[in-house]
Design a binder for this molecule. Structure first.
Ligand code: RVP
Length: 497
């Protein structure tokens, strides 16, 4: 007979934290949010850590190089999505590794034969008005000119007008030479009253822009997640099909950590992938997703450096409806964390856990950590920000951003939902296309989230994540008391009055 679990499968909103004694040692300023990302032995220090317990989801609509830079500057890490060509993914990883504070790799590039219509389309797609005109239309081609909104008048100029006829040509541009410091670049900007300074090498190839408006933004961020060479850190998602080609390209590009991305990671394909990587490369690799002890132990024994938990809890995920597999995210984290602690007890090896998907409120992050996760992965949360790679669309009085699942028809990431065999396409959808409310800059929103996490940890008397895991007390809530948790029995004033 099939095994039937007695426990109900529960999710985060069914739990609350009971405050512990708050003392001077755990005021928000004293709380350490750093956390372990990869396995380590008892008594050793983990040599791969995050400065905040947050990573961004391995998704087309979330983890681009732009978002990865913004998140690493705030102390977290992105896993650049793998559902793109190996070359493109490696290029994104390189862009993060090449990032220098204040030096921006151009994301809006055209050639001299592009038209005004191309300029307008690109501007509406990226939201950026400075466009580099290079010989090959890439961000690293030979710089031939620049187009900004000062170079054309939409009301007068025909849409088929060629860029070469209205761009500011290279001969009229003030440029900086590759290798100059940020303060030298800023001096040139101020001396020539520029809005932006292209940085080129001896062959006139474009490397960066330095923007006047970013001037205030160049302060060092105390949380910034840096490698030993002071470069931002970045991860990359991989699949269990093309890893023999993808992994070398990502390692070569400078990825700091990899993660096998699958909706159901309890599979021999993950074992094969882990064994291949571990026999050839010295890079940390996470695996998943699993929701129970058996799945966890299988991946750990195959060599996983961290394990990702979650099936069907993602906001855009319909795996549970489509395939009937999954588990409430809280129950999954609790069981896997118990298995992880037993494993640590037995072997002295600590395996960090990532709770992936289903974070709706900021306090859910603290719940996941208290239940034993070492960090959380979020998609919807990040899709809302300027830095996510998706379109911002006007809706009513505000804006929304597009957000789609890897299992949707739009992403067509069949490798993530692969069941082996020779199939190489999606048979049915496991994700939806959606919109999320636009929320502005990543750093502004993350700051609020981190302040809330610290406030909750302070109430729980925990100055670090490991302390929270050891001392937190959680209680289940009834559906009636969930109602009590929001504003109730009052007539809410309209916020916009
Ligand atoms: P959320 O943060 O709730 O939006 O969830 C993001 C997570 O959802 C991802 O990290 C991934 O595990 C999962 N996902 C991504 N695509 C899909 C899908 O199409 N079903 N699910």
């Amino acid at each position: 007979m099939a095994y039937i679990y007695n426990d109900v499968s529960r999710t985060f909103s069914e739990y609350l934290l009971i405050p512990n004694l708050t003392t001077e040692k755990c005021t928000p300023n004293n709380i350490d949010l750093s956390t372990n990302l990869a396995k380590f032995k008892k008594g050793d220090d983990c040599n791969l850590k995050l400065n905040i317990p947050i990573v961004s989801a391995i998704m087309q609509s979330v983890s681009s190089d732009t978002l990865a830079i913004a998140l690493a500057r705030c102390g977290g890490l992105s896993f650049i999505y793998g559902s793109q060509s190996i070359e493109n993914q490696a290029e994104m990883v390189k862009k993060v590794k090449k990032y220098k504070s204040g030096f921006v790799v151009s994301d809006s590039n055209l050639t001299i034969d592009s038209t005004l219509k191309d300029v307008i389309d690109l501007k509406s797609r990226t939201g950026h008005s400075t466009i580099a005109i290079t010989d090959d239309g890439t961000s690293s081609g030979k710089l031939l000119g620049i187009v900004t909104t000062r170079d054309y008048r939409i009301s007068r100029d025909p849409l088929d007008r060629k860029v070469k006829d209205f761009m500011t040509p290279f001969s009229k541009l003030v440029v900086g030479n590759l290798g100059i410091s940020l303060s030298e670049a800023n001096d040139i900007i101020w001396a020539h009253k520029l809005n932006c300074l292209p940085i080129v090498d001896a062959d006139q190839k474009l490397h960066y822009f330095v923007f006047r408006k970013d001037y205030d933004d160049h302060k060092q961020n105390p949380y910034e997640l840096l490698d030993n060479n002071k470069r931002l850190m970045v991860g990359a998602g991989i699949n269990t099909r093309d890893y023999e080609e993808r992994v070398p390209a990502l390692v070569e590009a400078g990825a700091d950590v990899l993660c096998i991305d699958s909706s159901d990671g309890f599979s021999v394909w993950q074992k094969n992938t882990l064994e291949f990587i571990k026999s050839k490369y010295d890079i940390k690799v996470g695996a998943g997703n699993v929701v129970d002890k058996e799945g966890f132990l299988y991946l750990v024994e195959a060599g996983a450096d961290f394990v990702k938990i979650g099936i069907g809890g993602g906001s855009i995920c319909i795996t549970r409806e489509q395939k009937g597999i999954g588990r409430g995210q809280a129950s999954a984290v609790i069981e896997v964390a118990k298995a992880r602690d037993e494993y640590f007890e037995k072997t002295g090896v600590y395996i960090p856990l990532c709770s992936d998907g289903g974070i709706v409120h900021d306090y859910h992050i603290v719940l996941a950590l208290a239940m034993g996760a070492d960090f959380v992965m979020m998609g919807r949360y990040f899709a809302r920000f300027d830095e996510s790679p998706t379109k911002k669309v006007k809706s009513g009085n505000g804006y929304v951003k597009e957000y789609w699942g890897e299992g949707s028809n739009r992403a067509r990431n069949w490798q993530r939902y692969d069941h082996g065999g020779d199939s190489s396409n999606m048979k049915f959808e496991e994700g939806v296309e959606s919109y999320v409310p636009y929320a502005g800059k990543l750093s502004d929103n993350l700051e609020i989230t981190l302040n809330k996490i610290k406030a909750t940890m302070s109430s729980c008397g925990a100055a670090s994540i490991s302390e929270l895991q050891e001392t937190a007390r959680l209680t289940l809530v009834s559906s009636t008391s969930i109602i009590e948790g929001g504003a109730h029995d009052v007539i809410l004033k309209d916020k916009d009055y």
